[in-house]
Write a protein that binds this ligand. Structure first.
Ligand SMILES: [Zn+2]
Length: 151
């Protein structure tokens, strides 16, 4: 088990900073993708659709960590055919789905935020676009509306 979180509860003495802990962290430890094949932000154009999540840069084969603490609900498949896979994880406040990850956990397993749960696949192999950068896709499947209502 690996913990990639920048801070632990033990490092903070007050409640205020604990409140600021991130609900979701980068599954690859890297920032968002933006290349000529597409922008990685939520709402970016995908032809007639919008991009329904965020794309995080990765090195194919690198460790991928769980972005939230929760339970593995099921494995996910981004496409009907091919080697690509992913996972749906349910946390206390949000459920997230990731694609292009070879997941070692199984349905029912508990995972901690920052725990290694698989390795990054190489999505660029699917698309004939030389400018696409390898990435892991992360989207929110559903969430507690209270998260978006402020204090
Ligand atoms: Zn994506």
């Amino acid at each position: 088990m690996t913990d990639n979180r920048m801070h632990s509860h033990a490092e903070h003495g007050n409640e205020r900073e604990n409140d600021m802990e991130k609900i979701i962290i980068s599954p690859t430890g890297k920032c968002m993708r933006s290349d000529a094949a597409g922008a990685g932000f939520y709402g970016a154009s995908r032809g007639g659709r919008i991009h329904e999540g965020m794309d995080f840069l990765c090195e194919p084969g690198q460790d991928v960590v769980s972005p939230i603490t929760g339970r593995v609900i099921r494995l996910a498949r981004p496409y009907a055919q091919g080697p690509y896979s992913g996972v749906l994880i349910q946390g206390d406040k949000v459920a997230v789905k990731m694609f292009y990850v070879d997941v070692t956990e199984r349905p029912g397993d508990r995972v901690e935020q920052g725990e290694v749960i698989g390795t990054a696949q190489d999505i660029t192999q699917r698309y004939n676009h030389p400018d696409m950068q390898p990435h892991v896709h992360l989207q929110i499947e559903h969430a507690d509306p209270a998260l978006f209502m402020g204090e």
